[in-house]
Design a protein around this ligand. Structure first.
Ligand code: AMP
Length: 547
C-alpha cells in the first residue's frame, strides 16, 4: 500500500525561497576582488539571483546546459550557484589550481557553454582560451567600473542583471535532474566528473544541518574557507540558507593574518577548511595572543587533521569537528560531533576521539571489506577498504563509462579507495589512501598516523610519510619534513624518539628528508604523487651505504 502524501520534487530553488522567506535578515558578507567588503541580506541575494537567472536565460542558457565558474568565495559565486541550478542548468565549478592541461580537459569534457570568471582569472583564461570550446560565452564577475581589459571578448556580470525582473516562477522538473558538476583532481588518468542532482544536493544540505549541530545556529556567522570551486564548499551554500546562518566569504586572501582580521571583524563563530589553512590561522592566533572574537567552532576535513592542531583549537575553547568525505559523496560522509557521554571523559581521550574522522551522517552507510571483498567487523581493529552507499553518493561518472563501470562493487557500493577501521561506537578512523599505505615486511604502516604524531613535534611544521623501496622489507617508511619557522631541525634519532611513544620500533621512519615545502594538490592536500616524483632519485640509507 502506498502512502498518501504529496510529492514535491526536492529542488535547489526551494532552498533559496525558504532561506529568503524564513531568514530575510541573514546576510552574505563578502571580501570582493575589488578590495572592499560587500553585504547583502538573503532578500537582496534572492532578488539578484532571480535577475541573474533571467540574464542567463536571455543569453540562451537552457535546461541541462553546463555553465562553468572560475571564482573565489563571494556573493556573485553564490548567486551563480542558485541561478544556474534554479533554471535547470548545471553549475560546473572549476578549481583554478588545476594544471592548464586538466582545465582544458574538463571544460571540453563538460562542454561548458558559458564561463563566469573573477577578474583574477583573466590571465589564466587568456592563456588557455584557444583550447576551449570556440562558441563559449565569457562573463567577468564584476561591475562596469572594474571591467578589466581582457584579451578576449567578455560580458560584464552586472550587465547581465541590469534591468531584469526580481520575480520569477522557478521551473519545476524532476528532482533527479543534474544541478552541479565537480571533477575530482584524480592522481592518475583524466579528472572524473561527479554530477550532483537536485535531490542529492537538497538531501545533503538537510543532512548537514541536522548532523553538524555545533555549527548550524540561526543568527551566527559561518566562514567557508573551503572553496565554492571544490565540492560545493562542503555543502555550506545550502546548509547555511537552510539554517539561517550568515555567510562570511573570504575572497582570495586565505593567509592567517587576513583570515584572523576578517573573522574578528565579522565575529565569525564557525570556520570550515582543510588543515593547511588552519596552520596559518593558528600561527596568527599565537602572534596576537588571542583568538578572533566570537570564534567557537572549526570544521576540519579534506585530509587528516593533525592531533596537535585539534588540541590547540580545543585548548582555546574552539570545538573541532573533524569530518571526512569525498567529491563523489557531495562530499560529507562522516562528522566529528562528539556523543554526549564523551563530555565527562579526560581531555586526552576526547582528543583521541576527535582525531578520528567521526560517525556516519544519516543516509550514508559504511562498510569495510578485506582484499577478497569479505565484510570486516566494526571492532576498531580490523583494517579494510571503505565502501559507502547512500543518496548523496555518485552512481557513476559523467560521460565516462569506463570509470563508471569500476566505481561500484557487485552489491552497488562505491569504493572510496580509503583504508580504515570503524570502532563499536561508530567512529571511523582513516588509516590511509589504499595506494599510500606503507607495507614493510608484509605489515601495514599508516602514513597518516606517522605524519600526525611527527607534526606534534614543535620543530616540525609539516611532515609527509612515504614508503621507499628496500631489498629486505619491500618498503620502509621515511619522513619528508618542513622545519617550523626559526626552529632547529631535530636529527633522525630525536624524531624517532618523539615517535616511539606511539609506534613500534619497526614502524619508525628510517630517514628524515628536510625540504622547504611539501607539494600540495589542487585541493590543498599533500601530493604524495608529486612528492614521490620529487624524490625519484632518493635511495634508502642502507642502499646508499652498500652502493
Ligand atoms: P576529494 O574528493 O578531493 O575531496 O578527496 C577525498 C579524499 O580525501 C578521501 O578519499 C580521503 O582520502 C581524503 N580525506 C578527506 N577528508 C579526510 C579526513 N578528515 N581525514 C583523512 N583523509 C581525508
Amino acid at each position: 500500500m502506498k502512502g498518501m502524501m504529496m510529492h514535491q520534487p526536492l529542488l535547489v530553488s526551494e532552498i533559496l525561497e525558504f532561506g529568503a522567506g524564513a531568514y530575510p535578515k541573514a546576510e552574505i558578507v563578502s571580501v570582493r576582488t575589488e578590495g572592499d567588503i560587500h553585504r547583502e541580506t538573503l532578500v537582496e541575494f534572492r532578488e539578484r539571483t532571480i535577475q541573474l537567472a533571467h540574464g542567463l536565460k536571455a543569453h540562451g542558457v537552457e535546461l541541462g546546459d553546463r555553465v562553468a565558474t572560475l571564482a573565489w568565495n563571494g556573493y556573485r559565486h553564490m548567486e551563480l550557484y542558485y541561478a544556474i541550478s534554479g533554471i535547470g542548468a548545471v553549475c560546473h565549478t572549476i578549481n583554478p589550481r588545476l594544471s592548464a592541461e586538466q582545465m582544458i580537459y574538463i571544460v571540453n569534457h563538460a562542454e561548458d557553454k558559458v564561463l563566469f570568471l573573477d577578474t583574477t582569472f583573466v590571465p589564466l583564461i587568456a592563456a588557455v582560451k584557444d583550447h576551449l570550446p570556440k562558441d563559449m560565452t565569457y562573463v567577468i564577475m564584476t561591475d562596469k567600473a572594474h571591467m578589466p581589459d581582457a584579451p578576449f571578448e567578455a560580458l560584464c556580470y552586472e550587465d547581465l542583471l541590469e534591468g531584469q525582473p526580481t520575480e520569477i516562477e522557478w521551473p519545476l522538473f524532476d528532482e533527479e535532474t543534474a544541478c552541479g558538476l565537480c571533477y575530482t583532481s584524480g592522481t592518475t588518468g583524466n579528472p572524473k566528473g561527479a554530477l550532483y542532482s537536485h535531490r542529492s544536493t537538497v538531501l545533503h544540505g538537510m543532512m548537514m544541518s541536522v548532523m553538524q549541530t555545533t555549527t548550524f545556529n540561526e543568527g551566527l556567522s559561518v566562514l567557508p574557507v573551503v572553496p565554492l570551486f571544490h565540492v560545493n564548499a562542503w555543502g555550506l551554500p545550502y546548509s547555511s540558507l537552510l539554517s539561517g546562518m550568515n555567510m562570511v566569504m573570504p575572497g582570495p586572501a586565505l593567509d592567517g593574518e587576513s583570515l584572523f582580521k576578517l573573522m574578528d571583524q565579522e565575529k565569525v563563530f564557525s570556520a570550515w577548511g582543510v588543515p593547511t589553512i588552519w596552520q596559518g590561522l593558528l600561527g596568527e592566533i599565537e602572534k596576537q595572543g588571542r583568538k578572533p572574537e566570537g570564534f567557537g567552532d572549526v570544521v576540519i576535513g579534506g585530509s587528516a587533521a593533525p592531533r596537535s592542531m585539534i588540541e590547540a583549537f580545543e585548548k582555546m575553547d574552539v570545538s573541532v569537528g573533524h569530518a571526512w568525505g569525498m567529491t563523489e559523496m557531495s562530499p560529507v560522509g562522516t562528522h566529528g560531533i562528539m556523543p554526549k557521554w564523551m563530555e565527562n571523559e579526560p581531555f586526552d581521550t576526547r582528543i583521541d576521539y576527535k582525531s578520528k574522522q567521526g560517525r556516519r551522517c544519516f543516509g550514508v552507510e559504511l562498510k569495510l571489506v578485506d582484499e577478497d571483498g569479505n565484510r570486516l567487523p566494526h571492532d576498531g581493529k580490523a583494517v579494510g577498504e571503505l565502501y559507502v552507499r547512500g543518496n548523496t553518493v555518485v552512481s557513476g561518472y559523467f560521460k565516462n563509462e569506463e570509470a563508471s563501470a569500476k566505481a561500484l562493487d557487485s552489491e552497488g557500493w562505491f569504493g572510496t579507495g580509503d583504508v580504515a577501521t570503524i570502532d563499536p561506537n561508530g567512529f571511523l578512523s582513516i588509516q590511509d589512501r589504499a595506494k599510500d599505505l606503507i607495507k614493510s615486511g608484509g605489515e601495514w604502516i599508516s602514513s597518516i598516523d606517522l605524519e600526525n604524531i611527527a607534526m606534534a613535534h614543535p620543530a616540525i611544521a609539516q611532515a609527509a610519510a612515504i614508503g621507499v623501496a628496500h631489498p629486505r622489507w619491500d618498503e620502509r617508511p621515511i619522513l619528508v619534513a618542513v622545519a617550523a619557522e626559526g626552529a632547529e631541525k631535530p636529527d633522525l634519532d630525536e624524531v624517532r624518539e618523539h615517535l616511539s611513544e606511539h609506534f613500534a620500533k619497526w614502524q619508525l621512519p628510517d630517514d628524515v628528508v628536510w625540504v622547504d615545502s611539501i607539494p600540495l594538490t589542487a585541493t590543498g592536500k599533500f601530493s604524495k604523487l608529486n612528492l614521490r616524483k620529487q624524490l625519484a632519485d632518493y635511495k634508502h640509507p642502507e642502499l646508499r651505504e652498500t652502493a
